[in-house]
Design a protein around this ligand. Structure first.
Ligand code: KIV
Ligand code: ZN
Length: 510
């Protein structure tokens, strides 16, 4: 197996993500995480771009041991000098210098002829070698450059002393086959190419950055430039986590390895997301929230029987605890029981069936049923309090210009009772309708509502305290509908009260 060198550019190209600007401290934090991750090269910044960046690169070069610290420089003496100064204390430093080589860039951006560009590139590499042992050269926009000129300039910079030749697909224009062909062309046409390390740097404008990078590696590139979470200019760079995990997971196909400690992937990804303020799309490969979550009943059942049925990567290998069963309307009994076990509930078959039915009803209303929802269901369904009354139906009407009214149907001993009432609000109307059915002459002492779970479709949890004679009881109910939760809490309190009466008890409830 051959090694693929991982060149991380989170701190340089990643910082070119619109809206992202790291402080020096933040850069240092990320650099430490990248060192722990085990990348081979950290491109720490572009010292000529600002004095702050020069300082940050300097601090990283001084502190970080292990990976090579690279600094970007245009093919200009002043840029190279600044990069050299920033890297002075690096244990292993590399100046990464570049100039555009595509006709469109040379004509409109640089306003230079190919001969002029070649001369500047050669001088830049020679000058950079005066500062650092290693020099990397990038012909910017290589994938849209004339391949004959590309070979010519690459050969010239190798002769000038560049040891790493990086081929950028600067605007993410290439395709995997085409990009691999370009690497093969360079390998066959440039003399001295075998003595240098070929690298690739792919942007994701057409969503092919990772595929292009891997395809280039298959064709002979041995360094891949990438960024955590795929951040970078415009649509970003190839995502480090995808490159590394593709190489690891499909070792049989690629026959490569990297020096990355993959268990550090997830924590590093979270750190970068936190410091950039860019959240990761849920379905993002490897580090997205859903990457190891299973929603459908068929998949959950399969994963519980043998994880490899639907998991090609062990979550622990990227630093996650375990895969997650997401309970929703497609989940089956197997996943439901397993999830309750994880939450510490071991129910008998009857309790399990009861809870499962309530869960299914809730899942019809709610996209995702959270752990907190399940705990409430179990508490409600397995409480030892007899269900003297149970809510069968509720309909409440309210508005700012109508009288709030509620119709409630309650079951008692198999019989159904229905009443309607008006009130000061829909909850008051509901409680009055329940009072008409239960005829207990209760005093509502306290009412509180809180959101028991997260999200717009959160479960509302209502707690009430009611009193009759000397007995004070509390009741709890939950639902995505707060009127229903209120009715359930009130009926729950009534059931507790009646239970106390049946036991001949009249001490205070807690
Ligand atoms: O995308 C690009 O071409 C670059 C170079 C500076 C390597 O970022
Ligand atoms: Zn780039």
């Amino acid at each position: 197996m051959e090694k693929i060198f991982i060149f991380d550019t989170t701190l340089r190209d990643g910082e070119q993500t619109p809206g992202v600007a790291f402080t020096g401290d933040e850069k240092l934090k990320i650099a430490r995480a990248l060192r722990n991750l085990g990348v081979d090269v950290i491109e720490a910044g572009f010292p000529a771009s600002s004095s702050g960046d020069l300082k940050a690169v300097k601090a990283i070069a001084e502190e970080i041991d292990g990976p090579v610290i690279a600094a970007l420089a245009r093919a200009l003496p002043d840029d190279i000098k600044k990069a050299g100064e920033a890297l002075r204390l690096a244990k292993k430093g590399r100046i990464h210098t570049f100039i555009a080589t595509s006709p469109v860039h040379m004509k409109y951006k640089l306003k230079k002829t190919p001969d002029e560009v070649l001369k500047i590139a050669v001088e830049a590499v020679r000058f950079a070698r005066e500062y650092t042992e290693e020099v990397e050269f990038s012909p910017e926009d290589a994938s849209r450059s004339d391949s004959v000129f590309l070979c010519e300039i690459v050969q010239a910079v190798i002769e000038a002393g560049a040891q790493i030749i990086n081929i950028p697909d600067t605007v993410g224009y290439s395709t995997p086959e085409e990009f691999a062909d370009l690497i093969r062309t360079l390998k066959s046409k440039v003399s001295g190419i075998d003595g240098v390390r070929l690298s690739v740097h792919c942007h994701n404008d057409l969503g092919m950055a990772v595929a292009n990078s891997l395809s280039a590696a298959k064709a002979g590139a041995r360094q891949i430039e990438c960024a955590i979470n795929g951040i970078g200019e415009r649509a970003g760079n190839a995502a480090l986590e995808e490159i590394v995990m593709a190489i690891k997971t499909r070792e049989d196909f690629f026959n490569f390895y990297t020096g990355v400690n993959t268990r550090e992937i997830y924590p590093t990804s979270r750190l970068v997301s936190h410091l950039t303020g860019i959240s990761i799309q849920p379905n993002k490969a490897i580090v997205g929230k859903n990457a190891f979550r299973h929603q459908s009943g068929i998949h959950q059942d399969g994963v519980l029987k043998k994880s490899i049925t639907y998991e090609i990567i062990a979550p622990s290998s990227v630093g996650l605890e375990e895969s997650e069963l997401v309970l929703g309307k497609l989940s089956g009994r197997h996943a439901f029981k397993e999830k309750l076990k994880q939450l510490g509930f071991y129910l008998n078959d009857e309790e399990l069936e009861k809870c499962f039915n309530v869960f299914k009803q809730l899942a019809e209303k709610k996209k995702e049923v959270f752990d907190e929802d399940l705990m409430l269901i179990v508490e409600e369904q397995t409480a030892r309090i007899p269900q003297f009354f149970s809510l069968d139906y509720i309909h409440a009407v309210t508005g700012n210009k109508i009288l709030p009214t509620a119709t409630v149907r309650i079951k008692k001993n198999g019989e159904v009772y229905q009443e309607a009432s008006c009130g000061d609000g829909p909850i008051d109307a509901t409680y009055k309708a329940i009072d008409k059915i239960c005829r207990l002459d209760l005093t509502l002492v306290d009412y509180s509502i809180k959101s028991a779970t997260v999200g717009k479709d959160a479960l509302g949890e209502v707690t009430v305290k009611v009193k009759k004679d000397d007995i004070l009881v509390s009741g709890r109910g939950s639902s995505t509908d707060i009127i229903e939760a209120s009715a359930k809490a009130y009926i729950n309190a009534i059931n507790r009260l009646l239970y106390r009466y049946t036991r001949g008890e009249n001490a205070k409830d807690n």
